[in-house]
Design a binder for this molecule. Structure first.
Ligand SMILES: Nc1ncnc2c1ncn2[C@@H]1O[C@H](COP(=O)(O)OP(=O)(O)O)[C@@H](O)[C@H]1O
Ligand SMILES: [Mg+2]
Length: 448
């Protein structure tokens, strides 16, 4: 047909669910050329991951896949599982969002790369280990011979993702499918991983199908862009054209959602402050000290911050800078070692209101955490999930528990509350947000 390495045509994926069938991908065409980085973009739920998993034939049994997926002229859909196993890793590899779930925590990283090589190559274990060390070097792990003997938990998030990429590259596949490979990483580390992907694509001629919802990532490294919307392919073109002269209205909308610094400056200029309203949340010289191996560690050092009604405050900083600690302290999940917190004009905690009054104030603050999967009860339908349904109340006489502040009920994550027996459901981040909104508070904290 063409010079494409991967050629997808009229791909349809339908899931059988309890509530009928869900058409996740509605007949899309897609081509990945040798050595190129093709970004597959679109909002959450548009069908990007389902497309990626369909190519790898890793969808659950509830999925029906039709159409054609061919890799270097070979049809993948009719292949039996054993044949597909030989393709995965050797011809197409994958890199997913969360490196920790892709790695085996109890195996040295060198052994994990070695295992991936031995699955597909007939070489000795010693040769495979040597190659594993070379791969670590290629993905930029310093002192690779020594690092090969490390366990995943001994590496940083960025280094772990480098190891996952090393495993993906180990058998020199023609195509690597990377689904949101940088989303779980710090901004500075994200840039390093993207640089690495760009370099590897150029050096080794490996093609990348990069699934992302981040247009910034696209501009940085993709040769071409494919835009998906509700299971359909909206637009495909070279990156420059799609980003600077998008044909389709949806692509324009997607691009306009990317804030640029001058835009932000304009917004700020347009809204001059007339009077400063009273803060809903105020931290005054707040400090938090953790104990690390018996030694005190100052995680938050005298931070002052005020959030006005209706205001959105972005708290940024690299991993470990104290962002989540600040959020947890603001929620009352961590005790302050000094300083104070004022909620809706009343000081809470030490030297402030306590008991019923404190509970009432704290009840007005909602929280949205990073991972909606772990924030929501998988046994409850979305509609039934709401913190206000939990009838347990804060017990100020409770001793502080690790990770949970003093006076917090054991069911502060309401799904731990044994007073409810919920049915099953699927959930998402929007539902986590809805859940946070369901509490009557006006101040919401959303740690990333
Ligand atoms: N196992 C499944 N069963 C039913 N529906 C699913 C399943 N997996 C994904 N979907 C649905 O398919 C659609 C596309 O999902 P997905 O490919 O994960 O989106 P994206 O990766 O673009 O965010 C969504 O509507 C999602 O709810
Ligand atoms: Mg996805």
């Amino acid at each position: 047909m063409s010079d494409a390495l991967l050629s997808v045509s009229d791909l349809k994926v339908t899931f059988r669910t309890e509530d009928g069938s869900v058409e996740a991908v509605k007949g899309i065409d897609l081509e990945v050329r040798p050595g190129e980085v093709l970004a597959l973009v679109g909002e959450s739920g548009s069908g990007k991951s389902v497309t990626a998993m369909a190519i790898l034939k890793l969808l659950p049994r509830t999925a029906t896949v039709t159409g054609s997926i061919s890799l270097a002229g070979r049809e993948l859909l009719p292949l039996a599982e054993a044949e597909m196993n030989a393709v995965r890793g050797a011809e197409i590899s994958m890199v997913f969002q969360e490196p920790m779930t892709a790695l085996n925590p109890s195996m040295r990283i060198g052994d994990q790369i070695t295992e991936a090589i031995l699955n597909h190559r007939d070489i000795s274990k010693a040769e495979a280990w040597k190659r594993a060390v070379e791969m670590l070097q290629r993905v930029g792990i310093p002192d690779p011979a020594r690092r090969a003997k490390s366990y995943p938990h001994e590496l940083s998030g960025g280094q772990r993702q480098r190891v996952v990429i090393a495993i993906a590259l180990a058998c020199e596949p023609q195509l690597i499918i990377a689904d949101e490979p940088t989303t779980a990483l710090d901004v500075t580390v994200q840039a390093e991983i993207l640089d690495l992907i760009r370099r590897l694509a150029a050096e080794s001629g490996t093609a990348f199908l990069l699934v992302t919802h981040n247009m910034g990532v696209v501009a940085d490294i993709a040769d071409r862009v494919a835009v998906m919307f509700r299971g359909t392919m909206v637009e495909v073109g070279d990156t420059r054209t799609v980003l600077t002269a998008p044909r389709e209205a949806y692509t324009k909308k997607l691009l306009s959602a990317v804030p640029s610094l001058p835009d932000i400056a304009t917004v700020i200029e347009r809204e001059p402050e007339t009077e400063v309203p009273a803060a809903v949340l105020e931290l005054d010289a707040a400090s938090v000290t953790y104990r690390r191996g018996g030694r005190p560690f100052l995680a938050l050092d005298g931070v002052s911050l005020a959030i006005a009604p209706g205001e959105i405050v972005g708290l940024v900083g690299e991993s470990g800078s104290g962002k989540s600690t600040l959020g947890r302290a603001a929620l009352g999940l961590l005790p302050l070692s000094s300083g104070s917190i004022t909620l809706f004009g009343e000081k809470v905690g030490r030297g402030g209101v306590s008991g019923r009054r404190e509970r009432a104030l704290r009840g007005r603050v909602g929280a949205i955490f990073q991972d909606p999967g772990s924030s929501l009860d998988p046994r409850m339908t979305v509609g039934r999930r709401s913190p206000s349904r939990c009838s347990c109340s804060v017990d100020a006489s409770r001793p502080p528990r690790p990770g949970v502040g003093p006076g917090w009920p054991s069911c502060w994550t309401p799904w731990n509350c044994r007073r409810t027996t919920p049915p099953a459901t699927r959930t998402s981040s929007r539902e986590a947000s809805a859940s946070a909104l369901a509490s009557p508070g006006r101040s919401r904290w959303s740690p990333s």
